[in-house]
Design a protein around this ligand. Structure first.
Ligand SMILES: C[S@@+](CC[C@H](N)C(=O)[O-])C[C@H]1O[C@@H](n2cnc3c(N)ncnc32)[C@H](O)[C@@H]1O
Length: 239
């Protein structure tokens, strides 16, 4: 039984209030047994997987190539597939120039490429020259993709962007500079936050002032979106 089908009346009225759901039982895929949903879901760490998204197991060929490069390089910082699928879906909604700050082994860029329109372009910057060279080779046969070896600030020459994936730590802190890189309606995707339900957002016992700034800056309309049960992104659309 699917979760949606299993939920009885009132889910739409109390969507974030799990203990109030009047649900008899659902099949929990992670522990492979029927569990009483009401009351038990909060007690089982394993059952947190009920919140995981559904996605095909295969990835686009260009993403598979980038993942293979990550594997060969022993590179552990590549984007997760959940984030990648979000990037691809957003890329498909955009025209113009899609950019990434912090290429790594090209996984995020590959997801952007997999979703983009034929006439949209992707540009990505990587500080590590050896990585940048490897990723340039990866995309050599992909039209409309450029890998810049250098600091992310070098991409300012190519702005404005319709989509910007910010995946280099120091770049995230430059809200003013990033705001100036975006076209009106352009969307910034900031990776690698840890979900929190408090306001202001708390990370490791302190107010996460950077996330707070992104979520409240008047130049953007922003939202934090969970991509897995332990990671989130901030989507900020330039007004
Ligand atoms: C989290 S990884 C990127 C992962 C990649 N975006 C993906 O989707 O798989 C961050 C990368 O940013 C690069 N980086 C760090 N500082 C940078 C800077 N100032 N300019 C460009 N790249 C930078 C690092 O070398 C590292 O490879």
């Amino acid at each position: 039984m699917g979760l949606a089908a299993a939920v009885e009346n009132g889910y739409d009225k109390t969507p974030h209030d799990v203990p109030r759901l009047s649900l008899a039982s659902v099949r929990c895929p992670c522990i492979r047994t029927d569990v009483s949903y009401l009351g038990r879901i909060r007690r089982s760490v394993d059952c947190a997987r009920l919140t995981a998204v559904s996605a095909p197991t295969e990835v686009p060929p260009i993403v598979a190539k980038a993942l293979a490069l990550s594997h060969r390089q022993g590179y552990l910082r590549s984007s997760r597939n959940e984030t990648g699928r979000l990037l691809a879906a957003l890329a498909a909604s955009r025209n113009g120039l899609l950019a990434e700050l912090g290429t790594g082994c090209g996984v995020g860029a590959a997801w952007l490429v997999s979703g983009k329109h034929a006439d949209a372009q992707v540009i990505t910057a990587e500080l590590d020259p050896a990585l940048a060279t490897s990723v340039q080779k990866l995309f050599v046969d992909e039209p409309g993709v450029r890998v810049v070896s250098g600091d992310w600030t070098e991409l300012a020459l190519h702005a404005p962007f319709s989509l910007l994936f910010v995946d280099a730590r120091d770049a995230k802190q430059n809200v003013d500079a990033l705001a100036d890189l975006m076209e009106t309606g352009g969307m910034v995707v900031l990776d690698d936050f840890t979900p929190t339900t408090s306001w202001p957002p708390i990370f490791e016992g302190r107010v996460d002032t950077l996330r707070e700034q992104w979520l409240t800056d008047e130049r953007f309309t922003a939202v934090e979106v969970m991509v897995t049960d332990d990671s989130s992104v901030v989507l900020a659309t330039r007004r």
